[in-house]
Design a protein around this ligand. Sequence first.
Ligand code: SF4
Ligand code: SF4
Length: 185
Amino acid sequence: MATPTSLPETARRSYWGNVWSTIKSTAVGMGITFRYLWSKPFTVQYPDEKLTTDERYRGIHYLEQDLCICCNACAKACPIDCIEMEATRHGKELEWHQFDLDYQKCMFCELCVYPCPKDCIHMGKEYALVTEDRGTLNMDLLTWQGLTEEQKVRIAEAEAKKAAKKAAKEAAAKKKAEQENREEA
Ligand code: SF4
Ligand code: SF4
């Protein structure tokens, strides 16, 4: 094996250059290692610990269900038809059946948020969408727990009022028809 002294002048210089370069880069690397050795670690134990997201981060939506009027404006604004909703109207009251958002398609563009007349759909901070079942990515955003007792009373009153109005109208029509028949007779 060739020793440094048996090498030509240029090769010898390159040999000692390489040795010096190795020592220097090792020293620089170890310097960085020692600089961070005693500092607080940057890693977090996810999912037990989570980093806080930026104020403008666009994560999983959240819906203020009690404010939503089922106007479909958010669904119409979505460029890839991610949102589907269904509710039965009882006068002013809504009986919700569905408010789904499909995160297999959603691109977190926020276009559904701007047209909402009630400002009740928002981009949240939650980002964990890892799953083994794609079906779970079609998420139900409903926080609706069914009609409240007051809503049920209001609906019953409104329906009773409507039925009474209809009966009165029918009775008036019947009375009018009887009167016309009597006049013809
Ligand atoms: S964030 Fe964009 S893609 Fe997702 S539901 Fe809203 S409009 Fe559709
Ligand atoms: S635009 Fe707003 S109020 Fe209308 S359905 Fe969507 S979330 Fe509800």
